[in-house]
Write a protein that binds this ligand. Structure first.
Ligand SMILES: [Zn+2]
Length: 429
């Protein structure tokens, strides 16, 4: 893991060039227990990295504003040795960690330009102020696990780590992350997935409708209740926010209130993740094929346009209030993350996650196929055509499953979901 000589790294990179399609990436998160002194050192590093990030952002912006030149990652990375000469404290940070800071900025710009090209209106990459910089990454080396309970970090030392589970494959990168007062190491591992070695004992297929009233409704009619952690904790969170605003900036009391808030958020996050892991595990074990809607979650969470009465000009209900609640529930339930969890667990267990087109799954009758229009408030599906009487979400789950079964017969329309690698930026930031 730790490599002092940079040359073999380049060779390794070249050898990996035609990426094996079976190569998978998995991230493991472990709690760190740094000493007070190490916390000081880590926070110092975060501040230096933030400073570098902001300076690099400034350089890119100024170069463009003044001379219309765009500065690339390469140009900025080549300046690092000079920066280290000028600011000696940067010699106390592993060089690849610094390169990674510049890479993150590069990614932020790439995402910004990509969204511009797509005709969206993205925000310009932001300055990282105050405590908005939470993690550093060792992208290749400079870290090592020793004796099963220590993480050695270059320029920092040995930090106590709790390896609560075994890792599969070869450790590639290490990200040190601050979450409130707690510290974590996120280790990403690469391994080869061998489809021939996985076998699912059941042949059952299930359609899953991710909902608002219940977290998920299965085509079997089983409802998985929504834990709604955030809703329950919402009041506490709102009151914690108010406490912060009441207290004087820079005061100890305000600082304490901030800590309390981040504890609350962490609790909600952990409980949600726990619920999703357990639920996805259970589904994956029971069903070989899980069918979901291919939802563009973003479209669902956007605010609806105002609606006016054509004659009187009065504003009518546009469903914004309902949607505010709905959007909240969607974010609360974290559907996208859940489908991803199912996909990656399914692959290891020899199962598959499939996505089908989402159109009209709630409106069509699962019994006879005619359209029964209903808005969000109608929770029951009753069909005049075939007399079907069932829960709205159950009807949708059946439609989702049927859609997959039909596309299987004609051989098109549905897309098996390959788990997205967790090595991307979403993990780090
Ligand atoms: Zn019907």
């Amino acid at each position: 893991m730790s490599k002092k000589d940079p040359t073999p790294l380049k060779k390794e990179k070249k050898a990996r060039e035609p990426k094996d399609p079976n190569l998978r990436c998995k991230a493991y998160k472990f709690r760190l227990y740094p000493t007070k002194k190490q916390v000081g050192k880590l926070e110092w590093m975060l501040r230096r990295c933030k400073e570098l990030y902001n300076a690099a952002l400034q350089e890119r912006r100024d170069a463009y504003k003044m001379c219309g030149v765009s500065v690339s990652y390469r140009i900025q990375a080549d300046q690092l040795p000079a920066i280290k000469q000028l600011r000696e404290e940067y010699q106390d940070i592993h060089s690849q960690v610094l390169q990674d800071v510049l890479k993150r900025l590069d990614k932020a710009f790439a995402a910004f330009f990509r969204r511009m090209m797509n005709g969206e209106t993205p925000g310009y990459p932001r300055w990282k102020n105050g405590d908005r910089y939470h993690s550093i990454t060792y992208p290749q080396g400079g870290f090592e696990i020793l004796h099963g309970n220590r993480l050695h970090l270059s320029k920092i030392g040995h930090i106590k780590i709790k390896l609560h589970r075994e890792m599969k494959g070869k450790v590639k990168t290490c990200t040190i992350k601050r979450e409130g007062e707690q510290w974590y190491a996120v280790l990403t591992c690469e391994y080869l997935h061998d489809a021939a070695m996985t076998f699912h004992s059941s042949e059952q297929e299930v359609g899953v409708d991710l909902g608002v009233k219940v977290f998920a409704m299965l085509s079997t009619g089983e409802a998985i209740e929504n834990p709604r952690h955030l809703r329950l904790e919402e009041r506490k969170i709102a009151s914690a926010h108010r406490t912060i605003h009441r207290r004087k900036k820079g005061s100890h009391r305000r600082h304490r209130a901030k800590k309390a808030l981040s504890r609350l958020y962490r609790k909600v996050r952990n409980r949600r993740r726990d619920f999703q892991h357990k639920t996805s595990r259970r589904l994956v074990e029971q069903y070989q094929i899980m069918v979901f809607e291919d939802l563009q979650i973003k479209n669902l969470t956007a605010t609806p346009k105002p609606k006016q009465d054509e004659e009187t000009g009065a504003y009518l209900s546009n469903g914004a209030a309902a949607k505010a609640g709905l959007s909240k529930s969607i974010l609360d339930a974290g559907w996208g993350g859940f489908v991803q969890l199912c996909a990656s667990k399914a692959e290891e267990a020899g199962g598959t996650v499939v996505k089908v087109a989402p159109h009209f799954t709630t409106q069509v009758c699962s019994g006879c196929g005619i359209v029964v229009p209903k808005d969000l408030s109608v929770r029951w599906h009753s069909c005049l055509g075939c007399g079907a009487e069932l829960d709205r979400d159950h009807n949708a789950a059946l439609n989702i499953l049927h859609r997959y079964q039909q596309s299987k017969q004609i051989g098109a329309g549905s897309v098996p979901q390959v788990p997205v690698s967790l090595c991307g930026e979403e993990l780090i930031l």
